[in-house]
Design a protein around this ligand. Structure first.
Ligand code: C2O
Length: 535
């Protein structure tokens, strides 16, 4: 077994974007942070040393963490944060996964600048199930605020309103040549004529789903969330915060420079987004001309058909070597409504402020990590009575429901080891219907169905794809619609599930599953590492 050792020093670094400079929290002074490389079956050890004034924790987004939930990283869910001056070694083995994932801070809004790629190569000697690319390049999409990101969210939390949108989208942390500060240039993607490059695309933006395009070129999507897909040709990649996409790009033009663009997708009219397009340049080696071909049909911000078509076109590869193991028999059939509600606290100062919820529960963060409470049987930290069905009946997408009552609590849903789950996520549109990219920690799931309007429990399951549904860890629930997925609870521990729009997580659109140990060998959560931070 091969060990890969990394050291992450969390430090402040003065950084200039949009022609202004501010200190940002980074790993090793890099933005985006360093890429972690490993192979399937390797053990990764990352020593994180906190040199800043904030509490820190790092999440390895999409890594299954089989029996090693202690290394998953969400603060107060699987661990207490690493306090200023402290350190912690994240130690995990990559089992049965290969492709592109990423890592990011999982506390406050630090992930705006504390993130990077996690590249898992196939086992030595095992080829890709697609033509071997000439080379590969990581492309991290993100957002940039001119002001302090932590101040932005704290301000919003205080007022109960929505935080300011970002001042720019970014490609490999650069707003690019068409931004309000063109002199700063942007990211250049070098390609060789006639050769194929593998793009490892990550959406690290806090709050916005993005379209990604390159003038004059098409992509072939071959993998999402570190799972191979049937090759799918498209000129637009649609990617939600948290998601990763591997796409082949054949540099089949001979020469030239071509515009690369990342622009927002938002089809909920009530939601304000940063509508600026981030740009970069694809550069054929040997091109001397400085002209950039900019002909790009950027989809309109509300291009629902493009997003829906992309979502429904993705399929698991489902080959002999990489079969789609979709659970066919279901033990827990769950329906979760997600959306925005109103703070039930009628006597406090912030009464009637907007909160977000799942099945009308707005999740309250504990002050002790849930995984510790679970492992050491500490009572009073959480309850395991999370409702499996919506507590009130209403028309999800029609006129505003009469009951906006949202409750609060640290409620978990308990699953027996190896039980199977079907979860339908229904966007309620209680205040404003909006696309929510929901991420489940600790598992991949199969996206068996998707639709607009209300989920129909009699009719819709008949059309579920149980053969080759796409397998992933983050899925967009369409605006005013629903998504259904299935997974097997084969990973004991406490697993966070939340909207990957940071603003919604902050408002409470989150919950967790607690998966009990199995009775067999290798079916229990391992004991915590000795350096696990204390609260
Ligand atoms: Cu990428 Cu819980 O997050």
């Amino acid at each position: 077994c091969i060990e890969r050792h990394y050291k992450f020093n969390v430090v402040l670094k003065n950084t200039t974007r949009l022609c202004s400079t501010k200190p940002i929290v980074t790993v090793n002074g890099r933005f985006p942070g360093p890429t972690i490389y490993a192979r399937e079956d390797d053990t990764v050890l990352v020593k994180v040393v906190n040199h800043v004034k904030y509490n820190v924790s790092i999440h390895w987004h999409g890594i299954r963490q089989l029996r090693t939930g202690w290394a998953d990283g969400p603060a107060y869910i699987t661990q207490c944060p690493i306090q200023p001056g402290q350190q912690f070694v994240y130690n995990f083995t990559i089992t049965g996964q290969r492709g592109t994932l990423w890592w990011h801070a999982h506390i406050l809004w630090l992930r705006a600048t504390v993130h990077g790629a996690l590249v898992i190569l196939p086992k030595r000697g095992v080829p890709y199930p697609f033509p071997t690319p000439h080379k590969a390049k990581v492309v991290v999409l993100g957002e940039w605020w001119k002001s302090d990101v932590e101040a932005v969210i704290n301000e919003a939390l205080k007022s109960g309103g929505a935080p300011n949108v970002s001042d720019a989208h970014t490609i490999n942390s650069q707003p690019g040549p068409l931004s309000s500060c063109p002199s700063q240039g942007g990211f250049t993607l070098p390609v060789d004529p006639g050769k194929t490059i593998l793009l490892r695309i990550i959406n690290a933006a806090l709050n916005e789903e993005l379209f990604f395009k390159i003038a004059g070129h098409k992509f072939t999507v071959v993998e999402v969330d570190a799972v191979y897909t049937k090759p799918f040709k498209t000129d637009t990649i649609v990617i939600a915060p948290g998601q990763t996409t591997n796409a082949l790009l054949t540099a089949d033009l001979r020469t030239g420079k071509y515009l690369v663009a990342a622009s927002p997708f938002q089809d909920a009219p009530a939601i304000v987004v940063d509508n600026k397009t981030a740009t970069a340049t694809l550069h054929y080696s040997g091109t001397l001309s400085s002209t950039v071909i900019t002909r790009i049909a950027a989809p309109p911000q509300n291009a629902t058909p493009i997003a829906s078509n992309f979502a429904t076109s993705l399929r698991s590869l489902n080959s002999k070597k990489y079969p789609a193991k979709v659970p066919l028999k279901i033990d827990h059939s769950l329906l979760f409504t997600i959306g925005l509600g109103v703070n039930p606290c009628s006597t406090c100062v912030n009464k009637n402020r907007v909160v977000a919820d799942i099945n009308n529960v707005s999740f309250v963060m504990p002050t002790t990590a849930l995984l510790q409470a679970h492992f050491f049987n500490i009572s009073g930290v959480f309850t395991d009575d999370f409702p499996g069905k919506p507590p009130i009946k209403f028309n999800y997408t029609g006129t505003q429901p009469t009951n906006l009552q949202t409750t609060t609590g640290t409620r978990l849903y308990r699953l027996a080891y190896n039980s199977t789950v079907q979860l339908v996520l229904q966007d309620t549109g209680m205040i404003a219907a909006e696309n929510h990219p929901v991420h489940l920690h600790g598992f991949n799931f199969f996206v068996v169905g998707r639709g607009l309007g209300n989920f129909n429990p009699q009719k819709d399951p008949k059309n579920f794809n149980l053969v080759d549904p796409v397998e992933r860890n983050t899925i967009g629930v369409p605006t005013g619609g629903w998504t259904a997925f299935r997974f097997r609870a084969d990973n004991p521990g406490v697993w966070f599930m939340h909207c990957h729009l940071e603003v919604h997580t902050t408002w409470g659109l989150k919950m967790a599953f607690v998966v009990d140990n199995g009775k067999g060998p290798n079916q229990s959560l391992l004991p915590p590492p000795s350096d696990l931070p204390k609260c």
